[in-house]
Design a protein around this ligand. Structure first.
Ligand code: UGA
Length: 440
C-alpha cells in the first residue's frame, strides 16, 4: 500500500487494522516489520496520501477499492487441520465489509487463498440486503521478504484475476489503472479469478520444489565426491532451467512455502487427486528431511554426542535481511539440538526477539541469546550457519577460532563461507552437499 501511495499521488490509501499497537507502530519510525527501504517510502507518503487507522468501518465505507490482506494460517483444528487454510479471518472481514458499506465496491483478494475462495467470499458479500454490489478480484502478491521494495517497484508481473463479465472487467480495469502508474502494461497480466488464485499457489510450489530438488541432490553429493554448487551451476546454465533458486540450504522457511504447498495438497485431495497431492507433499517431506539430516551431520561429526556442548547458531531468520522467523528452519534445528541436550546459543542481527518467542519453553539453562557472533562463539564447540546474512561472510574467523573449544567445527547450512580458508585456520568444516574438510 505504501508503494501504491508513492506511485499514485492521486489516490488516497488508508491502511486499517484492529490491532491499535501495530497501527501505532506504522505511524512511528519503528515500523512493526523490518524490511529494507520500507521506512523511506512510508515516510515519503505518510500523512500525504497514506494513512493508518483503527477505524475499520469508516475506512471501508469511504473506499472504492478494498484490498484484503488478513492472515490465512494453516488450520489447527477440525476438517483439514494441518493442511487447509483457516479462513475465519477472511470471512469475518467479508462480513465487516458488508456491514460497513453503503455503496458498491471492488474487493481485492491480496491474501493467498485456495482456489475458489473468491467465489465463497462473493456469496457472502453479495448476500447483503442493502442492494450493494461487490465485485471480487484476485490480485496475488509475489514480493519476497528482504527484497520487497524492489519486487514491488520492478515486479516480474502483476496478476489480476476477474470475472469475464462487464462488471468484472470494469473492476479489473480500475485495478490495472493503479498498477499502470509504474508497471509497464505488458507486465500487468489478467486472467480469470480461479487461474489467478491457483497461479499464486503454483508459483510458490514451483519455487519450493526447486529448493527441495537441489537439496535432494545435496544429500547425494554428500555421499559421493560431487559438489552441489558445481552441480547447480551446471544445471542452472541451461537456459530452460535458469540459475536462480538453486542454492542448496538447510531447508526453506518463511510464512508461505510450506503453508501454500499444504494448501495445494489439501486442494488436490479434496478434488480426488491423491497422486498429485502426494507429489507436492514430497516437496515438504524433503525439506523436513534436510533439517533432520543437518542435525544428524552435526551429531555424527561431533563424535556422536553433543550433550552439554555449546553450539552457536549464526542466523535465526528464515532468510537474510528480515527479522521474520516464521517457519524458519532454525526453529526445528534449535529444537532438535536442544533435544540432544546441547547448549544452544542463538545469534541473529534482526531476529532475536522472534527467536525468543519461537523457542519459549526450552529447558532452563540450555538456551542463550547473543547478538554479537563472536560472543556467541566464545567457548562453543561448533558454529552452525543457518541464515545467509552478509555480515557472516566477513567475520574475523581467526578470532572466533581462538575463542572456541577445540576441535572447532563449522556447519555451513547456507554454503556462504570460504570453506578452504576456514579449514586452514583449523576448523573442521561441514558444508551442505560438499565433502567435509576435516583435520580429524
Ligand atoms: C516467497 C516467494 O519467493 C515470493 O514470490 C512470494 O510472494 C512469497 O513467498 C509469498 O508468498 O509471500 P519469501 O518467503 O519472502 O518469498 O522468501 P524466498 O526468497 O522465496 O525464500 C524462501 C525460503 O527459501 C527461505 O528460507 C530461503 O532461504 C530459501 N531458499 C531460497 C533456499 O533455501 N534456496 C534458494 O535457492 C532460495
Amino acid at each position: 500500500m505504501a508503494m501504491i501511495a508513492a506511485k499514485c499521488p492521486r489516490y488516497e490509501v488508508t491502511v486499517v487494522d484492529v490491532n491499535a499497537e501495530r497501527i501505532g507502530a506504522w505511524q512511528s519510525d519503528a515500523l512493526p516489520i523490518y524490511e529494507p527501504g520500507l521506512l523511506d517510502v512510508v515516510k515519503q507518503v505518510r500523512g500525504r496520501n497514506l494513512f493508518f487507522s483503527t477505524d475499520v468501518a469508516s475506512a471501508i465505507d469511504k473506499a472504492e477499492i478494498i484490498f484484503v490482506s488478513v492472515n490465512t494460517p494453516t488450520k489447527t483444528f477440525g476438517e483439514g487441520a494441518g493442511k487447509a487454510p483457516d479462513l475465519q479471518y477472511w470471512e469475518k472481514t467479508a462480513r465487516t465489509i458488508v456491514e460497513a458499506s453503503r455503496g458498491n465496491k471492488v474487493v481485492v483478494e491480496k491474501s493467498t487463498l485456495p482456489v475458489r475462495t473468491a467465489h465463497a467470499m462473493e456469496r457472502i458479500l453479495n448476500s447483503n440486503r442493502k442492494g450493494i454490489r461487490f465485485e471480487v478480484l484476485s490480485n496475488p502478491e509475489f514480493l519476497a521478504e528482504g527484497t520487497a521494495m524492489r519486487d514491488l517497484e520492478l515486479p516480474d508481473r502483476v496478476l489480476i484475476g476477474s470475472h469475464q463479465t462487464p462488471e468484472g472487467i470494469a473492476a479489473r480495469d480500475a485495478l490495472v489503472e493503479i498498477y499502470a502508474n509504474w508497471v509497464p502494461r505488458e507486465q500487468i497480466i489478467t486472467s480469470n479469478v480461479w487461474s489467478a488464485e491457483l497461479s499464486k499457489l503454483a508459483s510458490n510450489a514451483f519455487l519450493a520444489q526447486r529448493i527441495s530438488s537441489i537439496n535432494s541432490i545435496s544429500a547425494l553429493c554428500e555421499k559421493t565426491a560431487a559438489d552441489v554448487s558445481e552441480v547447480s551451476r551446471a544445471i542452472g546454465l541451461d537456459s530452460r532451467i535458469g540459475s536462480r533458486f538453486l542454492n542448496a540450504s538447510v531447508g526453506f522457511g518463511g510464512s508461505c512455502f510450506r503453508k501454500d504447498i499444504l494448501n495445494l495438497v489439501y486442494l488436490c485431495e479434496t478434488c480426488g487427486l491423491p497422486e498429485i497431492a502426494r507429489y507436492w507433499q514430497g516437496v515438504i517431506a524433503i525439506n523436513e528431511h534436510q533439517k533432520t539430516r543437518f542435525v544428524q551431520t552435526i551429531v555424527s561429526a561431533m563424535f556422536d554426542t553433543i550433550a552439554d556442548k555449546r553450539i552457536a547458531l549464526l542466523g535465526f531468520a528464515f532468510k537474510k535481511d528480515t527479522g521474520d522467523t516464521r517457519d524458519s528452519p532454525a526453529i526445528a534445528i534449535a529444537r532438535k539440538l536442544l533435544e540432544e541436550q546441547a547448549l544452544v546459543v542463538v545469534s541473529d542481527p534482526k531476529a532475536l526477539a522472534n527467536a525468543r518467542l519461537d523457542l519459549a519453553g526450552a529447558p532452563a539453562g540450555r538456551l542463550l541469546f547473543e547478538e554479537d557472533p563472536l560472543q556467541a562463539a566464545r567457548g562453543a564447540h561448533a558454529l552452525a550457519i543457518l541464515t545467509e546474512w552478509d555480515v557472516y561472510r566477513t567475520l574475523d574467523f581467526r578470532a572466533i577460532f581462538d575463542a572456541m573449544e577445540k576441535p572447532a567445527f563449522v556447519f555451513d547450512g547456507r554454503n556462504i563461507l570460504d570453506h578452504k580458508a576456514l579449514y586452514s585456520i583449523g576448523f573442521n568444516v561441514y558444508p551442505i552437499g560438499k565433502p567435509p574438510l576435516t583435520h580429524l
